[in-house]
Design a protein around this ligand. Sequence first.
Ligand code: NOJ
Length: 540
Amino acid sequence: MTLARKDPFVVADDWWRGAAIYQVYVRSFADGDGDGTGDLAGVRSRLPYLARLGVDAIWFTPWYRSPLADGGYDVADYRAIDPAFGTLAEAEKLIAEARDLGIRVIVDVVPNHVSDQHPWFQAALAAGPGSPERELFHFRPGRGPHGELPPNNWPSQFAGSTWTRVPDGEWYLHLFTPEQPDLNWAHPAVRQEHEDVLRFWFERGAAGVRVDSAALLAKDPTLADAEPDDTSGYVDRDELHDIYRAWRAVADAYDGVLIGELWVPDPERFARYLRPDELHTAFNFDFLTRPWDAAELRASIDRTLAYHAPVGAPATWVLCNHDVTRTVTRYGRADTRFDFATKRFGTPTDLGLGRRRARAAALLSLALPGSVYLYQGEELGLPEVEVDPARIQDPMHARSGGVDPGRDGCRVPLPWTAQGPTYGFGDTDTGSGAPWLPQPPGWGAYAAEAQADDPRSMLALYRSALHLRACQPGFQGHELAWLDAADDVLAFARGAGLVCVVNLSAEPAALPPHREVLLTSDPLDGDGRLPSDTAVWLRT
Ligand code: NOJ
C-alpha cells in the first residue's frame, strides 16, 4: 500500500512535534567551489538528496562570519554568512529552495558567547576597565597581590581555565575557549540584541532556532568560587526562564520554533525549559548518552516521556551530532555509552557489530513518539575517523593536552561519490582544495552514490524508515505501550497496530503475532526470528 506523504506545510502549526530534522555541518557537507571547505552552494546542490531522504527540516550549525576557533561557535557577526560559506543572499535563496522542496530551515544561535573578533568584544578591549563596553562581558580584576590570579575557580567546558587576562590587567570569563568571551546576560543590551537576531532570521524565512549552550547563559552575579562538582554558578540558573519567555514571544510572532541545547541531567529541571511559554523542544541527551542496553534505553524512554508529558512538549530522539562519537563506532566498542570525558585515541572497535546496532538503533529512535534528529553522514553509516593529531582543529583536543581526540572525527567531509580525489565532496573542476580535514582511504565505500541503489545499504534503510515514519498513521500520534518481551528485548506498540521490536540480547527473539513485516534493520533468521542486535517494524 502506498500512502501519500503528509504535506508539512498543511499541518504547519505543530510540524515540529513529529519532525525528522537533519543536521548539516556546513563546513563538511558539500563543497560547491572546490576550495576544501563545504559551503552553501554545496548544500543547495544537494537539497534534492535531502528531499529524497525524506527529512522535514535542516538544522544548520553556525554559518555566520567567524574565525572558526570553535568551528563557527565563535560568531563575529550574527547577521552575515561567513565568506567561506557564501553570502546572505545565498542563504535566503537556500531557505526558499528548501521550502519549495517541503523542507524547513533551522538556524543555530549562539547566545552564551561571541567571537573575540566580534565588534562588541573589540570595543570592550579598546575601552578599558570600568567602561560601559566591558559591562557586556564578565571583566574582573584578578586575585592575588598583583591581580595575577584568575577571579574564580570555575573549570572550562573544554578543560583548562575559564579566565584570560588582557594587557591592562583585567580578566574576562569564557566558559569555552579564550576566543569565545561570555556575554553578560544581566545586561539589557545583550537581551535586546539577541531578540533582534532572532527576528532577523525569522524574517529571512527560518522556521526555527537551535539555541546553543542554552543552560549556560546566566551566571551567579557574585562569580563566587565553586566546590568541585557544583555548577550552580553557571549552569541551569533560574534567571534563564525569563530570558526564554521573552524569546518565545518573539518566536510566536513568526510561528518559529525554539530548540534548546540543554545539558541538564535532572529531567524535572530539564522539562521546565519546555513549559508552554518557553522553548518548544530540546535535544534528548539522556537518550543519546545511553549504552546499547535494553534496560538503560527503556528507562531513558520512560523517563523522557514521563517528564515531557506534564509540560505538553514532544520528546526528541537523538543518536549523534557534531560533538559526539559517531554511532557505528560507539556501538562497536566495549563501552557503548557516550561520555566526553572518556574519549581516547586507539579505542578498539568492532565496526561490523557497531553497524548492526546502529541500524537497529535507527529503527528504534525513528519509531518513538516525538521528533528525531539525524546528523549528516549518519544515514551513510559513517564511522568516527581517527584524525591525524597534527591535522585536528577542534580546540577540545589541544586544550586536553592532546589526550582527548576531540570532535573532528565526526566532522570529516562527506563522501558523495565512490571515486575521485575528494569522493565528490568538492568540485575539483572548479577548485583544487583538499578537504579541510583529511578523508581516510576507502571513504568512497560509504558514498551516497555507492549506497543509493543497494537495498541493504544504510542509506536505503534510512530512506525506507523515514518514508514509513512519515506515511504510516500509527507513527503520527504520541502514544507508546510496552509489550511483554524477553529480557533484553524492547517491544512497544504505537498507534494503528504498529509495533517495534529491538533485540539487544545475544539470542534470536520470537516476533509477536503480526500481519506484516514492514521493515527490518537486518534480515530475520531462517525461522522468522529476530536476530541479536536487530530491530523490526511490524503491522499487527
Ligand atoms: C555546543 C556546540 O554544539 C559545540 O559544538 C560548541 O563547541 C559549544 N556549544 C560552544 O558553543
